[in-house]
Design a protein around this ligand. Sequence first.
Ligand code: FES
Length: 104
Amino acid sequence: MTHRVAIRPSGAELEVRGDEDVFTAARRLGYRWPTVCGGKGTCRTCFVEVDEGAENCSPVGPLEREGIQALRRPVDGRTRLACQLRVAGPVTVTKRGVRRPVQE
Ligand code: FES
């Protein structure tokens, strides 16, 4: 079972599995996604703005909460860390710097 996560402005569409976060799915599918820590939840470089489907997003855990607060954003479900974000339905996010796979 996968869920579609659309990325603006690149127009990328990821099929994210139920057992992986958005960042991991993007990497598995060959996308480049801004990161420093490689998905450990500590660099905050992977953050996204959720445009649609916030109700399909996993709850914010303690590590992610800390990261969002360090970004000086409200923890209101709009700013999320892609490496901590799991989805249970379609979601649209804005993230600049996500590149499509070379072969497509
Ligand atoms: S990749 Fe570093 S916090 Fe998500």
